[in-house]
Design a protein around this ligand. Structure first.
Ligand code: ADP
Ligand code: MG
Ligand code: ZN
Length: 714
């Protein structure tokens, strides 16, 4: 019986409508037309072969490159009540024998195999005898030498397939599609141009961010605090970085998993399972992790350092948000990353031409980190994505950088301090000297005697460290590589010291967790039910229901079958198997929470935005000003808003310049004001630094600046 496709989508998968491209692909395949589907990660490629497989007579054979992928897909189908299995090297001879027998009896709708299987005559013999619905190449870029994961056996099976004879239709699915790869796949699998369905690369639920000039590990800790309970991956550039970050976070009691090629297979397996089964929320890994991970509820991917090219970056970052929910992709950039990647290319075994090509790709990656334009558009342009696109409005370059402040003078003080210290020290010593720290090492090196000692004592060492990192990130100050990188001036630094170049700093706020419009405690209860059911069945939790589904349940509290079927991701089949168990939890929760408001589910509603809109709060400096007027100290405001106190100060001064009153007595006394104004008359150049030098030590920069602002002198 041929079921209507929309009905299958609803009954089995619980989805209302097709995603872009799905219908076009399915229509072609059910009419026995060889088809290539090019859709981004998370675009919903599986359904493109699962629906034809379900509606067509016979068994669908899916070629998949990885054992973990096969198992995931089979588990998902079984959870939907669809007979499916896989054949691969992980089976015992008996299991293998039994499954082959069942395949021969036509018991399965779906059989997943690795390409190597087609080299086995036993397998070919069975396949020849049964009724086949279709053959699908998942991750089809593996077929092409031009693809980044070329698998020779993917290619060499094509002649074998041609000999089988009873294959009505072949399809291919991939997320990576450069022109070469597409035409390679087309040629090998006989796919005509108008049967290539390419929906482009855009991932509308991902927000890309570039973060520069921040201490990486403190940024990550702050981020994790904002995002407890959300699943995420942190990619490092090297094993060493992964180990160090893992130790650092673990020692602070943060539960993290780790994965890299230097670990035993057993340890890697365990780490991966803990992450997939939601036992550990954070995975710290090198690029060895991720291929074959279909975990749908990864809410963020942080790159601890810049990766080697845009291809790897987009693939790794793209592991966030497969379920279509808003997710963040954050790249922590520092100029040292470039040196590291250059070094990795240099010592690789590639020939000279290949190296040059890698350097070229690296340069595009570096440009991505420096572009002022939309990050999503940059990536799409890089891949020559033909679908029209505009600025995304989500990335860190699109989201207005409101917290801009001029820090030219601060930069000058830092740079001149680096110079006075003989360009022989690193970030933390420089920060200590600027702060005027009493650290023993300062005395040892006689650094307390140089003129810049303590000139920025109004700042905390942490703030100074951040400022220095910022200058390095912007290449306004250089670092000499080595075990303890030392700070050096470069051409830009000289321009700043000469006063021919100004410096502006942005504060990019840490992306916050989404606004919750569902009942979190109910969500947690449903999540633990899901976990225990999944454990019983020995499948990953997201195979039963995605987070999206659980969130909808904790928003609409359906307790009847009809209402349940309205929920995204719940179809007849899933309802039959798990519906009652979830209804029971919802009912119990509702009894305990009679005050909870029921909402009416409107089908097809847009997902809720992850980021609060800035405009609602008004301009950033006025937000700080309001907090200040409500009696908060500068320090508190800085902590609340994750900014430096310097930025907050600048906000207040700006507010004053906009006409808002400030009670100046928290900055200086009348007496101090008089003295500062008098001193200003005596210095040649009315700048902060000479002024500071002309005044007694207890007159810090904030005080001086405040007086100048109040008197309209700055
Ligand atoms: P891909 O293989 O393209 O990376 P998947 O096939 O794994 O993506 O699908 C990603 C997610 O999107 C899955 O959770 C899937 O159930 C969901 N999905 C697929 N099609 C639809 C649809 N039409 N409506 C809603 N969700 C969908
Ligand atoms: Mg897939
Ligand atoms: Zn953008």
């Amino acid at each position: 019986m041929i079921l209507e496709q929309e009905k299958v989508l609803k009954t089995y998968f619980g989805y209302e409508s097709f995603r872009p491209g799905q219908k076009e692909v399915i229509d072609r395949v059910v009419h026995s037309t060889n088809t290539l589907a090019v859709m981004p990660t998370g675009g919903g490629k599986s359904i493109c072969y699962q629906i034809p497989g379900l509606t067509m007579e016979g068994t669908a054979i899916i070629i998949s490159p990885l054992i973990s992928l096969m198992k995931d897909q089979v588990d998902s189908l079984l959870a939907l009540g669809i007979p499916a299995t896989f054949i691969n090297s992980s089976l015992t001879p008996e299991e293998h024998e039994n499954r082959m027998q069942e395949i021969a009896n036509g018991r399965f709708k779906f059989v997943y195999v690795a390409p190597e299987r087609f080299e086995s005559t036993g397998f070919i013999r069975v396949v020849r005898k049964i009724k086949i619905a279709l053959v699908a190449f998942d991750e089809a870029h593996c077929i092409s030498q031009w693809g980044h994961d070329f698998r020779p056996s993917y290619r060499s099976i094509v002649p074998n397939l041609n000999q089988i004879g009873n294959i009505p239709v072949v399809m291919a699915l991939t997320a990576t599609a450069t022109e070469e790869v597409i035409s390679d796949i087309q040629e090998l699998l006989h796919i005509e141009n108008n049967n290539v369905i390419n929906t482009g690369f855009a991932r509308d639920n991902l927000a890309f961010h570039i973060v520069k000039g921040k201490d990486r590990s403190s940024y990550i800790r702050a981020f994790l605090e904002e995002h407890t309970d959300e699943s995420g991956i942190i990619y490092t550039a090297t094993r060493k970085q992964a180990d160090a970050l893992f130790d650092q976070l673990s020692s602070r009691g943060i539960e993290v998993a780790k994965y890299h090629a230097g670990m035993s297979e057993q340890a890697r397996k365990q780490a991966q399972a803990a992450f997939i089964h939601d036992q550990k929320h954070v995975m710290i890994a090198t690029n060895a992790f991720g291929m074959g991970i279909d975990k749908s509820n990864v809410r963020y991917v942080i790159h601890y350092a810049m990766p080697m090219n845009i291809e790897s970056y987009y693939q790794e970052a793209g592991r966030a948000g497969r379920d279509g929910e808003f997710s963040d992709c954050i790249l922590l950039f520092s100029p040292q990353d470039i040196q590291l990647q250059k070094f990795l290319i240099e010592q690789s075994l590639m020939d000279e031409a290949a190296k040059q090509n890698e350097y070229r790709k690296l340069q595009s990656m570096v440009n991505y980190c420096h572009t002022q334009g939309c990050l999503s558009s940059y990536i799409l342009d890089y891949f020559k994505d033909a679908t029209p696109h505009q600025n995304c409005g989500r990335c860190s370059n699109c989201v207005e950088k409101l917290d801009k402040s001029d820090i030219t003078e601060e930069a000058q003080m830092i740079l001149s301090c680096v110079k006075r210290m003989g360009e022989r020290f690193g970030v933390s010593m420089t920060a200590k000297v600027l702060k005027g720290s009493k650290d023993k090492k300062i005395q040892e090196f006689q650094l307390h005697q140089i003129s810049t000692y303590g000139i920025m004592s109004a700042y905390t060492e942490k703030e100074l460290t951040e400022l220095i990192h910022f200058l390095v990130a912007e290449q306004l100050l250089a670092t000499e590589e080595g075990k303890f990188p030392t700070l050096k001036l470069n051409r830009n630094s000289v321009d700043i010291l000469k006063g021919t170049r100004t410096v502006e700093m942005y504060t990019i706020p840490i992306p916050t967790a989404e606004e919750e419009d569902y009942y979190k405690d109910l969500f947690e209860e449903l999540r633990s039910l899901r976990k225990s059911l999944a454990n019983e069945l020995n499948v990953p939790p997201y195979v039963l229901f995605s987070d999206v589904t659980l969130k909808e349940l904790s928003r609409y509290f359906p307790v009847s079958k009809g209402d349940m079927l309205e929920i995204k991701g719940i179809g007849e089949k899933k309802f039959e198997q798990y519906g009652e168990a979830f209804i029971a939890v919802i009912q119990k929760w509702r009894l305990a929470h009679p005050e909870a408001k029921t909402r009416i589910k409107i089908s097809g509603g847009a997902p809720t935005p992850r980021h609060k809109k800035k405009e609602e709060e008004g301009p950033s400096h006025l937000v700080s000003y309001k907090l200040f007027q409500s009696g908060k100290s500068l320090k508190d405001i800085a902590a609340i808003r994750d900014m430096t106190t310097m930025t907050v100060e600048n906000h207040l001064f700006k507010a004053f310049q906009d006409g808002y009153p400030i009670s100046w007595n928290i900055f200086f006394t009348d007496e101090e004001e008089k003295i500062i104004l008098a001193a200003r008359e005596t210095v040649e150049e009315p700048k902060l630094k000479p002024l500071k030098e002309a005044l007694p030590e207890e007159y810090d920069y904030t005080k001086i600046k405040a007086v100048l602002v109040k008197n309209g002198l700055k």
